[in-house]
Design a protein around this ligand. Structure first.
Ligand SMILES: *[C@@H]1O[C@H](CO)[C@@H](O)[C@H](O)[C@H]1NC(C)=O
Ligand SMILES: *[C@@H]1O[C@H](CO)[C@@H](O)[C@H](O)[C@H]1NC(C)=O
Ligand SMILES: *[C@@H]1O[C@H](CO)[C@@H](O)[C@H](O)[C@H]1NC(C)=O
Ligand SMILES: *[C@@H]1O[C@H](CO)[C@@H](O)[C@H](O)[C@H]1NC(C)=O
Ligand SMILES: *[C@@H]1O[C@H](CO)[C@@H](O)[C@H](O)[C@H]1NC(C)=O
Ligand SMILES: *[C@@H]1O[C@H](CO)[C@@H](O)[C@H](O)[C@H]1NC(C)=O
Ligand SMILES: *[C@@H]1O[C@H](CO)[C@@H](O)[C@H](O)[C@H]1NC(C)=O
Ligand SMILES: *[C@@H]1O[C@H](CO)[C@@H](O)[C@H](O)[C@H]1NC(C)=O
Ligand SMILES: *[C@@H]1O[C@H](CO)[C@@H](O)[C@H](O)[C@H]1NC(C)=O
Ligand SMILES: *[C@@H]1O[C@H](CO)[C@@H](O)[C@H](O)[C@H]1NC(C)=O
Ligand SMILES: *[C@@H]1O[C@H](CO)[C@@H](O)[C@H](O)[C@H]1NC(C)=O
Ligand SMILES: *[C@@H]1O[C@H](CO)[C@@H](O)[C@H](O)[C@H]1NC(C)=O
Length: 415
């Protein structure tokens, strides 16, 4: 501790005009040169608390004060300077007398200690106490006030929210920037690993990730600390974009029989952090009540399988930036002749019916033609029959067009 002692000439001012005397004493003291006197005790000042949070009250406590004290003076700064006087206290009157540097928040107690209320950061600095005894010797001691802000909860900002793997360099910053603050980083709840791709700024406030990889996703947490407070950010996750590999489909069986069988299609991928969707004949698969997705959509179960389920299946895996489709898997669904069903007829039976129907049409056509030729031959001289003939011929034309389509409709009902 620095200690300075002051001695002054006796003053002739009347003792009852205490304030005037005191002001004069202080003025005189500040102008005097001084010399050291042997002392038994050392005047010391202690700040309680040592590190104060902004907005709180601080006591500058005085220890080892001599006896027979006339009064105290508190000053801003390291020197006894009248313009920097906060207040003085005269023991005889027990009054605080404000000085030029008084802010309205300071009070000197009878033991010389100074109460500083509602401190600001800019109150940080040195303060000096001057003690004057009734034999007009003076002693000064320095004190220190350190005020720190209460830190807000920090947040992490990134200069690239969706960086590309192996390409982009990302800068993470712990906000806000405050003085006298220590910054720390955590990845996956661990302190930073030793990595050539990780760089901290001088003040540790920014973390640079060179050429990010998918393993740099995080989460990241930054922590701020000063002597009066600490804060931890919410976890921050980096969405590193990387291409997904092509998935493949594994099928329990690609040639199955209708009704009885169950088909399991599994989408195989080595990628994580992906979503899986299914395509049927190139279109997004519409799930029927016989289909079920499980295992995070990686398994498609069809039970019981039906002929309309036959076709080309693909699975598609996607992450935030990329997607990839598997090769086509063709599912063949065969009719099971031993099972009764809504179709009810085998391919052979349907073929037979179609052939039969076509033969029938041919037969009818032949019959119509035969009748028409006969009619025309018989009544070529009759006017009304000529009219009938033309309408009949139209009809026959229409008939030959319509008959096969009727047959197809019938056949379609069976398939
Ligand atoms: C008071 O002064 C003595 C002697 O200089 C010193 O040993 C002691 O630590 C001082 N007390 C305080 C509280 O500073
Ligand atoms: C001085 O007085 C104040 C107020 O009464 C008290 O809080 C403080 O502890 C005292 N200082 C010392 C060094 O005793
Ligand atoms: C100190 O800061 C407070 C607000 O934090 C402001 O009101 C005051 O004027 C400042 N005082 C000085 C001397 O700069
Ligand atoms: C003044 O009084 C103090 C004790 O009260 C004493 O230590 C000091 O030596 C005295 N100074 C003078 C100049 O008499
Ligand atoms: C982020 O900062 C790094 C380092 O300064 C720079 O290389 C990169 O291009 C920045 N990214 C964006 C999206 O600005
Ligand atoms: C706080 O920061 C200011 C400005 O950087 C510096 O002058 C001061 O010494 C610091 N205070 C402490 C206690 O580190
Ligand atoms: C992170 O680590 C701390 C102790 O280091 C532990 O208390 C906490 O549960 C951990 N959190 C997670 C999510 O692992
Ligand atoms: C920055 O963090 C490292 C450890 O990650 C630590 O050794 C260093 O002292 C810190 N620097 C500052 C200025 O806080
Ligand atoms: C990510 O980490 C895994 C497991 O540690 C490792 O096998 C893989 O090669 C890493 N990938 C990259 C791109 O660094
Ligand atoms: C596929 O299903 C068909 C019809 O149920 C069956 O005959 C065949 O053995 C199955 N093949 C395999 C490899 O399981
Ligand atoms: C998954 O990785 C293994 C071994 O690296 C490889 O043999 C396999 O083809 C990969 N599968 C897919 C779907 O990428
Ligand atoms: C599964 O697919 C459905 C749509 O079919 C989709 O809404 C859902 O998010 C997917 N789930 C997963 C884990 O990919």
């Amino acid at each position: 501790m620095k200690q300075t002692e002051y001695t002054m000439e006796p003053s002739s001012a009347p003792a009852h005009r205490g304030h005037v005397l005191w002001q004069r004493v202080l003025l005189a003291v500040s102008l005097l040169t001084f010399w050291n006197l042997p002392t038994t005790t050392q005047l010391t000042i202690e700040s309680v608390p040592v590190n104060a949070a902004e907005g709180t009250d601080v006591l500058l406590l005085v220890y080892n004060v001599t006896e027979n004290i006339l009064g105290y003076g508190w000053f801003r700064g390291e020197k006894v300077e009248n313009s920097q006087q906060i207040a003085s206290y005269l023991v005889s009157s027990q009054l605080n007398v404000p000085g030029p540097a008084y802010s309205g928040r300071e009070t000197i107690y009878a033991n010389g200690s100074l109460l500083f209320q509602n401190v600001f950061q800019n109150d940080t600095g040195y303060y000096t106490l001057l003690v004057t005894t009734d034999n007009l010797s003076s002693e000064a001691a320095p004190g220190q006030l350190q005020v720190f802000p209460k830190l807000p909860t920090p947040i992490i900002t990134s200069n690239n929210s969706n960086p590309l793997e192996h390409q982009d360099t990302v800068v993470l910053t712990c906000e806000p920037e405050t003085q006298n603050t220590t910054y720390m980083w955590w990845i996956n709840n661990q302190s930073l690993p030793d990595s050539a791709r990780l760089e901290l700024s001088k003040d540790n406030r920014t973390l640079t990730l060179l050429h990010v990889t998918r393993n740099d996703t995080g989460p990241y947490v930054c922590e701020t600390q000063n002597p009066v407070s600490a804060g931890r950010s919410d976890p921050f996750t980096l969405n590193v974009l990387y291409p997904v590999g092509q998935p493949s489909i594994q099928a329990s069986n690609t040639t199955v029989t209708e009704h009885g069988d169950t088909v399991f299609l599994t989408c195989l991928t080595n990628d994580t952090g992906i979503s899986i969707s299914w395509l049927f004949n190139g279109q997004s698969l519409l799930l029927t009540e016989r289909m079920k997705l499980s295992q995070g959509n990686s398994t498609l179960t069809i039970h019981p399988v039906r002929r309309e389920d036959a076709g080309n299946y693909q699975c598609q895996v996607s992450n935030l930036g990329y997607s990839s489709k598997s090769d086509v898997l063709s599912l063949e669904v065969k009719y099971d002749p031993t099972q009764g069903s809504s179709s009810g007829l085998s391919d052979g039976a349907i073929a037979g019916i179609v052939i039969g129907a076509v033969a029938g049409v041919a037969l009818i056509a032949a019959l119509v033609y035969f009748l028409y030729v006969r009619k025309t031959g018989r009544a070529s001289d009759q006017h009304d029959l000529t009219q009938h003939k033309s309408s009949d011929s139209n009809h026959s034309q229409g008939h030959s067009d319509n008959s096969p389509s009727k047959v197809y409709i019938t056949a379609r009902m069976w398939t």
